[in-house]
Write a protein that binds this ligand. Structure first.
Ligand SMILES: C[S@@+](CC[C@H](N)C(=O)[O-])C[C@H]1O[C@@H](n2cnc3c(N)ncnc32)[C@H](O)[C@@H]1O
Length: 247
């Protein structure tokens, strides 16, 4: 059964879960890609922006940055982090903007939250409509054919007198256009332990299928998943950065 504690009741713990992520390096890397592949504009929208860490960095780089997310508790934190930015509550598979943009981003594999191929296509179409000619849509993605269901990530963080443990893993059945992201969160305070298990429905396609969805409307560049170096995808890695330039 899908469950979604992390972005609602437990949203106050989201930044703790992501404490090891280098948001500055990710934002800086995509800014460099935008300088290289994009126009010279500075209007930006971050899809599935969460608590707004990338929006914060893009504003600090001089962008006029904004965010969109489907969960209001995440947006409340984003607004506190970036009071000067505009945030909207909405679905990345069906959004519109008042003025066309120069850069649209979607970090941390969040475009997979589109859920299935039909919605993924709607997300790509919405992003395409929202960009200026020469604008860039940049996101990272996992190839369904390269998912190893045995792999997971786990880390622990202390906050106050509580010890938190977070773990996450992709799970793909091996067929179809859907996979799951399994997340488990445990909070231990003294002798009291609480646990939550989330299962988030995600879209599953391989890179070839994704490229075919993007290619009619974008010039597509696939890069190795390294925000600090710009290296073309080697054709074997299971995750990559997609830089899509509106033709
Ligand atoms: C893994 S978090 C990533 C947040 C942020 N981009 C980051 O890198 O920390 C995924 C985010 O996607 C949002 N989300 C899920 N489905 C969405 C949808 N259909 N449209 C917009 N946001 C969505 C969630 O609310 C959550 O904030």
């Amino acid at each position: 059964m899908p469950s979604n504690y992390l972005y609602t009741d437990l949203s106050a713990y989201y930044d703790l879960m992501c404490a090891d992520i280098n948001y500055h390096a990710q934002s800086y890397g995509v800014r460099r890609l935008h300088q290289l592949f994009g126009n010279e504009g500075n209007t930006h929208l971050d899809l599935a922006c969460g608590t707004g860490p990338h929006v914060r960095h893009f504003i600090d780089f001089g962008y006029q940055s904004s965010g969109l997310d489907i969960n209001q508790p995440m947006l409340e934190q984003a607004k506190a982090r970036c009071p000067e930015a505009h945030f909207s509550l909405g679905d990345m598979c069906d959004f519109q903007v008042d003025e066309p943009l120069d850069l649209i981003t979607c970090f941390l594999y969040s475009i997979h939250y589109s859920g299935d191929i039909k919605k993924l296509k709607q997300c790509v179409a919405s992003a395409h409509r929202a960009l200026k000619p020469g604008g860039v849509f940049c996101f990272n993605f996992v190839d369904k054919d390269k998912i190893d269901n045995r792999l997971f990530e786990r880390h622990t963080v202390t906050q106050g007198d509580s010890l938190f443990s977070f773990s996450s893993a992709w799970h793909y059945r091996g067929e179809g256009d859907k996979q799951g992201l399994k997340l488990s969160i445990t909070k231990a305070t003294g002798s009291v332990t609480q646990s939550w298990d989330d299962e988030h429905p995600m879209v599953a396609v391989n890179f070839e299928e994704l490229e075919n969805i993007l290619k009619p409307n974008f010039d597509v560049h696939i890069l190795e998943h390294d925000y600090e170096k710009i290296v073309p995808w080697d054709g074997t890695s299971g995750n990559a950065i997609f830089v899509c330039v509106k033709a």
